[in-house]
Design a protein around this ligand. Structure first.
Ligand SMILES: *Cc1c(COP(=O)(O)O)cnc(C)c1O
Length: 472
């Protein structure tokens, strides 16, 4: 028994290290909560990108591996004082880079609690709560994303690994149908798999195909139209084991590949259809946008992110596979020391063995938003994107895309001028958006994906953008 209030020490070379003191944990967690709340208040008004001075000040962190212990509060203080100013204001309301959402309050708080739990989410018996929340969240996700009930799910780091995981299930299934056990025999001597992607496939899909031995370059690429959508008529004939990768939400324009037509053709040929819907698939959750995902539910697997549009903390991605046996076939792992019960065992569906309990935050976000809150979040972000494009067009600037979702591509002139204006907007600090290249043209890319963004934030950001563009 450790007496209450006692200090328990371990002794290393004569130095005493406090490892457990009643009240110490409480004090440091309160301090973290206090500092985090202050940070989130300040981020409402602070410049979005960190100042140059704050980045330079990070040099103070550089030191040899510390010889002696430090108390937790001093570690946290240093992290906050040097670290917080050097963050990008991603969790604030005026960050519009890279389709990065913020964190809804319940999801952030759940993330902290789950950190305290420190669960290893592999097995039901090892952590019933996180396994249970993955099960419940899966049912809810399939419901709001309008995907077939009964799909298997994988809670992974992001859409890159979700694409990899789902495509591993695809590889398993199309080769199993051809009489080949790819998990046992590998790809040497296997029947060839025809892989079809669009010219606009996200690089993470291409990378996943490379990691799966399907080749980054041996894929067949289908041309896209001016919105970045795959042209269905240009799809090659499919035969033998085949995988077709669709996109729901182009990372530049937000456009959707024509899923109805492509799924029909793929199904007729017995091919597997995978959908990269990292952010776009969340359109299904908004009644006014759900038409965009028409046909997407006909696919065999899907990849998406929770850390983007569901607004849970990083990192959190999701893969869904229509037939659970295909995902288990690709991902299962057994060992005598990992006893499996009758419940869904999370480790059977993911590449990892040890893993943090991502289902906790996904559950908390869905529970706190509800169907209506989620629909409102998605719809409002898309309304805000249209507000951006209306304001920029009214000021005489060219919007390069059809603003069907939450993405706006604006050009302020030629490439040099776009670079100058984007640099000025980032330096101004009121908001943040990054550059892109769309069909050969340089543009600024605005992604609205945070629960924290309001119409007032859009107006304030527009004013800053127009001021910078006028002066550049
Ligand atoms: C963001 C994104 C990815 C990659 O997702 P990560 O979470 O960064 O791994 C893949 N596809 C699309 C369309 C994306 O927008």
């Amino acid at each position: 028994m450790i007496p209450s209030g006692a200090l328990v020490g371990i002794y290393i070379g004569g130095a005493s290290v406090a490892i457990r003191e009643t009240g110490m944990m409480r004090a440091i967690l309160h301090s973290a909560a206090e500092r985090a709340s202050r940070y989130l208040d300040e981020i409402q008004e602070r410049r979005v990108s960190p100042s140059a001075e704050a980045v330079v000040a990070l040099d103070a962190l550089v030191e040899p591996m510390p010889q002696h212990s430090s108390d937790a509060e001093s570690v946290l203080r240093q992290l906050d004082e040097l670290g917080s100013p050097a963050t990008m204001g991603i969790s604030g309301p005026r960050f519009f880079g890279f389709v990065i959402g913020g964190s809804v309050p319940a999801a952030l708080a759940a993330n902290w609690l789950a950190g305290a739990w420190d669960q290893n989410a592999g097995l039901f018996a090892a952590t019933p709560i996180s396994a249970m929340l993955e099960e419940i969240s899966t049912t809810w996700l399939l419901d709001v994303l309008k995907l077939p009930a009964g799909c298997a799910s994988a809670f992974v780091t992001g859409a890159t690994v979700a694409n990899f995981t789902a495509l591993a299930a695809a590889r398993h299934a199309v080769l199993a149908r051809a009489g080949w056990d790819v998990e046992a025999q590998g790809l040497f001597g296997a029947p060839a798999i025809q892989v079809v992607v669009s010219d606009e496939a996200h690089p993470s899909v291409i990378k996943s195909l490379g990691m799966l031995g399907l080749g980054r370059e041996r894929v067949q690429r289908v041309p896209t139209d001016e919105h970045g959508r795959m042209i269905a008529e240009k799809m090659p004939d499919l035969s033998g084991p085949a995988i077709v990768c669709l996109q729901a939400g182009n990372v530049n324009t937000g456009a959707f590949d024509p899923a109805v037509e492509i799924c029909r053709r793929a199904k007729d040929a017995g091919a597997w259809v995978h959908v990269d819907g990292a952010f776009g698939i969340w359109a299904a959750a908004s009644p006014e946008l759900a038409h965009l995902v028409e046909g997407v539910d006909q696919a065999d697997s899907w990849a998406t992110d929770a850390h983007k549009w569901l607004n849970v903390p990083y990192d959190s991605g999701l893969a869904f596979v229509r037939d659970p046996l295909d995902l288990r076939g690709a991902m299962s792992l057994t060992a005598p020391y990992l006893p499996q019960g009758a419940r869904r065992e999370p480790l059977m569906y993911v590449p990892e063995l040890s893993r943090r309990a991502r289902g906790v935050e996904v559950w908390a976000a869905l529970k706190s938003l509800g169907r209506e809150g989620l629909a409102e979040l998605i719809s409002r972000n898309c309304r805000c994107a249209r507000r951006f494009s209306d304001g920029l067009r009214a000021a005489g600037y060219e919007v390069l895309n059809d603003v069907v979702l939450n993405q706006v591509l604006v050009s302020f002139g030629d490439a040099d001028r776009n670079r100058a204006v984007i640099a000025a907007i980032q330096e101004d600090g009121t908001c943040w958006a990054g550059p892109t290249l769309w069909q050969g043209r340089t543009a600024m890319r605005i992604s609205v994906s945070s629960w924290a963004t309001t119409e007032a934030d859009v107006d304030r950001s527009l004013t800053a953008m127009l001021r910078c563009a006028g002066a550049a």
